[in-house]
Design a protein around this ligand. Sequence first.
Ligand code: ARG
Length: 590
Amino acid sequence: MQSLTQHLTTLLSDTFAAAGYDRSYGEVVVSNRPDLGQFQCNGALPAAKAYGQKPRDIAQQIVERLPQSADIFADISLAGPGFINLTLTDAFLGQWLQTMADNPRLGVAAVTTPQRVVVDYGGANVAKPMHVGHLRAGIIGESIKRLFRFMGDDVIGDVHLGDWGTQMGMIIVELAHRHPDWPYFDTDNTGPFPAESPITLTDLEEVYPAASARAKSDPTVMEAARQATMELQNGHPGYRALWQHFVDVSVAGLREDYGALDIHFDLWLGESDANDHVEEMIARLQAQGYTSESQGALIMDISLPDDNEPMPPLILRKSDGAVMYGTTDLATIDLRVQELRAQLILYVVDHRQQQHFKQVFRAAYKSGITPPQVGLEHNYFGTMNGKDGKPFKTRAGGVMKLKDLIQLVIEAALARMAESHVADEYEEAERLEIARRVGLAALKYADLMNQRTKDYIFDLDRFSSFEGRTGPYLLYTTVRARSILTKAAAQGLEPGALLPPTVDAERTLLLQLAQLPDALRMAYETRMPNHMADYIYTLANEFNRFYNACHILSATDTAVQSSWLGITQLFARVSELVLMLLGIEIPERM
Ligand code: ARG
């Protein structure tokens, strides 16, 4: 099924073609002057240039041909130098929305050629605390993953844990310093090693900062950490056994953290999973002549003749033998293409890694690891800042733990709920569950409503309000629609066939509902969930306007009443779909 604007575009394109012009001039968009018409087509202006005619003359010809095409339009007018304004008949609009309501996908067409898409998001690091950058990666990536899946692609979400870098060596060295007697550090010991982890997640939270501080202040410790990382990568049995404990302990904690955010990965792979593949890949790149040596390191030149700025080579292996972040990323692409049959890989990773991905992608295409038809995209995002404009921190200036942040948003939600008397009379457990959903909706919506490439300021007071452009407002509106339907059902009233709208608030709501497929398509094509976030906010406003103008439960005309209930139900379904695609859970009631 086409969207309404696509349908109108086809109609206008046919008309342009029938009048002897190129079809491409027939594009119809939602009008930015609703006072003049619901939709507009501006194609007569570029057509006039191309055909050496006056735009108004062309527009006039199109307008003259249009009315015969169908009884779709209530009004067609010409404005300014040659804009065509279009307004639909209420009958057509009502019918269109009925078709949408009858469609299980709410009129959103699935893609015609589904692709195998890998979404690489989350990206938390083993043994290091998650920071707000990881939070954004999780929130935005989850939404992109859900959207691609809904559009019909075959999607795999992979967390791609950071588990193979120098931080691993730092922790090993730190623990060896504290517990020289542990069996993992005895070079002659090849195992087996204790099955029980010698450290807990809480230990790790203390060990990593200490390890990193010591390595940064003492070059010999840093050197030892590098050495340990290299030995770990090369299979030192004790280090591997200890490392496996860090991974297991961290992953258990991360599963909980991501789970609490309703973020779910299909694969829990990490940098280390590409390790077994690295040697083979490097050998292949060497054999193909893509590599060279530089000061003992193995590098790959990825510069292009027309680079404006120098492009540093990709370092595959350092002089000490350790592989780099870029190497594991390149080997991971190789595996994703060969084993997962990926046709498109989306990296939802913060903007500071643009250079990294540029390098890795170039290396992948240059070496043929990625065939030209496979897409690699860095869908980067900006920083979540505090009110001071600097990256969001705790009051004390430290990195905020995810658990603490979630606690903070839930508390804000509880306070707002009390203020607005939401869920006042419910049992404690339900009120807490509502607060959890409201708090997370505040957090996620605040993130997703911004164009992802931009930084934004996290302002909990504003984001947790039940009014304005916020997650809680969207939940409240959706729950309200559901509750009208429940109340109606209790009175034996069911949603029915949609009649042509008669009230202006109803008409604009229908027009906004009809734009769902366009909003999703836009978000899908640009990989930008904010198009969905914008859409659902406007839609919620239109619904509230409709709700205030049309007193559904006290309506006297039963056909009108059941049509209004039909519209309410359609709104609820659309809102539930979009909020699901944003990764936002809706309370049963509020
Ligand atoms: N672990 C990395 C970090 O914390 C993010 C990983 C992103 N994904 C990737 N394939 N490099 O910065």
